[in-house]
Design a protein around this ligand. Sequence first.
Ligand code: SF4
Ligand SMILES: [Zn+2]
Ligand SMILES: [Zn+2]
Length: 311
Amino acid sequence: MKCVHCSKPAVIGLQHGALCKIHFIDYFEDKVIKTMNKYQMIERKDNICVATSGGKDSLTVLYLTKKYCEKYDIPLTKIRALAVDEGIAQYREKTLIDLQKFCKEQAISLEVVSFEQELGKTLDEAYPLINKSAQKKPCNVCGVWRRYLLNKYAAKSGASKVITGHNLDDEAQVIIMNIFKANTKLTGRLGPISGIECSDYFIQRVKPLYFCTEKEVRLYAFLKKFQVEFTECPYSKEGFRHQVQAMLNDFEERYRGTKQGVINSFLALLPQIREQEKGNVESVRECARCGEAANKEVCNACQMKEMISHD
Ligand code: SF4
Ligand SMILES: [Zn+2]
Ligand SMILES: [Zn+2]
């Protein structure tokens, strides 16, 4: 395969043709910058919190956020990285080491908060207990607590935007999961800029890698020589998401463009979904226990914390 622009050996074949290393990096960075501009993901007044984990997506998004700020003369002191240590043995500690190194090299300040310190137990310790009382899978517990700590600590640091490394594959998986579970309310919160309602309690989340496939992000991180562990979370095979991911990968292999099709259809429908859900949004209030955002008296994070507190 040769690059469609310069005839050098190609590193990837895309729908519009094959690209060499240099042209792929240009194409990828250009796509991310255009996405950020189109959706006005970063404005001059913003304080930016990048949600990171040390994986390929978060290092890529952190690096390109910095590049974006440099391009538009936004002071780099406006960017902070925030990571959550869930306490997953043989996995998270490795990615956090990569992250600490990366942030040091890039001169970006990093804060790490942990489930253990904030909620009393690591995910490895907490999930079997929560599973016993509420049949929750590790990813359910992890997702609720991680979102909770990200929102809490992003707010504490004065952030007005949270940038996440979600890519096109991640989003396509969640759209399909929500369709299978008839979860329209959650579907309305997806999109390049998430959330139906702007609220004092939730900081807006934005996804610069929204139109980049997992394969593209992986290749970009590899070509840029980011030091990342390409290992998977030991719990990743347990969830419903894993099956949806396998199904979408299988369809993509047989019918190229399937994932992009899911995203395009979703984006075409999103304005109607948000309009419809506007009237159904439950009023957000303060959790009676922790004071963070809740849609009932006690937030989900505190309810799960309660399940482990007697042990
Ligand atoms: S795969 Fe599940 S448990 Fe592992 S980090 Fe992701 S959400 Fe958390
Ligand atoms: Zn080329
Ligand atoms: Zn709470």
